[in-house]
Ligand binder design. Sequence first.
Ligand code: MN
Length: 253
Amino acid sequence: MRILLTNDDGIFAPGLAALERALKSLGDVSVVAPSTEQSGVGHAITFLTPLTAKEVFDGDRRRGWAVDGSPADAVKLGITEFCPTRPDLVVSGINAGLNAGINVLYSGTVAAAIEGAFFGITSLAVSLEWDEHANFDRAAEIGLDVIRGLLARRPAAGSLFNINIPTRSLTGPVDLRVVPMSVARYGEAFERRVDPRGRAYYWATNEPPPPPSPHESDVTALAAGKVTLTPLDYDLTHRGGLDDLAAGPWKIG
Ligand code: MN
């Protein structure tokens, strides 16, 4: 199996290195990742300026291709230019920080996986709760188990999955929950400060957290210490609205 591995924390991120070591047990891994951190850039792409990339080495060890662009750029270039053959799997991560709830839509990590799915390649994102001393190797073991389980189910080509791992699950038994993405709003507050020239500036506090919900979601399951698996789809069409709108009447022009 040929695997394209990317992330949004940059090619030198420890989460990517840990996942690369784990994924080698599944097949050949090609690393194509942003040269610098691109967290929170969502599905941005580079098209107004040329995209540059270079091979990077750690002594004699080849780390992969570093792309001066977004995670989606890295996947596009990886599939079309750098992978020796078309990959069978695109993996993005391990991100330093969860990608759950509506943060999925801001996430560069998830966007890279979505880009892989655009190509019709089964793709997944793996994220670990933020911790300065994160144990990415243990998270990679857990992620690999989930990936093996998914592949054993023979998902349709182009399937897309989001995996999140809370810190609490790294020690002790692992409980996997298959849950939908929460759509609760959070992170709405800004702190207003004043710079040395008297100008106001604003800093997002990412608080308050989403309100408690009786419906189980990735956010509630992660808060309970569960590893979460969410099948995703990038088709934003609201299908329930199609028939009503199509029925008209419309008077245009
Ligand atoms: Mn990130």
